[in-house]
Design a protein around this ligand. Structure first.
Ligand code: ADP
Ligand code: MG
Length: 136
């Protein structure tokens, strides 16, 4: 049965800085994702704080928001069957040191705070996050 979903993906500043965007986009395409929407933006700290609001009580919140607003990012709506879960699998664990071989964070991530990609963690959050960046 088909279960087409869209999920929000972000290529984070550390990956853009190292010019990895085309490589990472090809990883998505080679793994069956269609890039349905895409834009390159540079968000403000305030926008990063809003986006990561679920983490506002975490000790790393301030650094995380400074980081996401530190340079350009590419935000994408990725579409395929089971896109949310399949993107999380392709990304690998939050900490690149714990990520499985072949995953994006293992291949491209530098550290837990510079882990190259974001992906929505549930279908509900995908809808909220897509709306955040692609309000119609
Ligand atoms: P994920 O991005 O895998 O969904 P989380 O939602 O838990 O992970 O965290 C959001 C982001 O916050 C992570 O991608 C990472 O950049 C950063 N982060 C998470 N945990 C830590 C930590 N312990 N120290 C520093 N940064 C962290
Ligand atoms: Mg998360």
């Amino acid at each position: 049965m088909s279960n087409i979903e869209q999920t929000l993906s972000i290529i984070k500043p550390d990956a853009i800085e190292r010019n990895l965007q085309d490589k990472i986009k090809n990883e998505f395409k080679n793994n069956g994702f269609e890039i349905a929407k895409e834009k390159k933006i540079h968000i403000s700290k305030q926008e990063a704080e809003q986006f990561y609001k679920v983490h506002e009580t975490k000790p790393f919140y301030n650094d995380l928001c400074n980081y996401l607003s530190s340079g350009p990012i590419i935000v994408m709506a990725l579409q395929k069957n089971n896109a949310v879960l399949d993107n999380r699998k392709l990304m690998g664990a939050t900490n690149p040191k714990e990520a499985e071989e072949g995953t994006l964070r293992k291949k491209y991530g530098i550290s837990i705070d510079k882990n190259s990609v974001h992906g929505s963690d549930s279908l509900d959050n995908a809808k909220i996050e897509l709306e955040f960046f692609f309000k119609s």
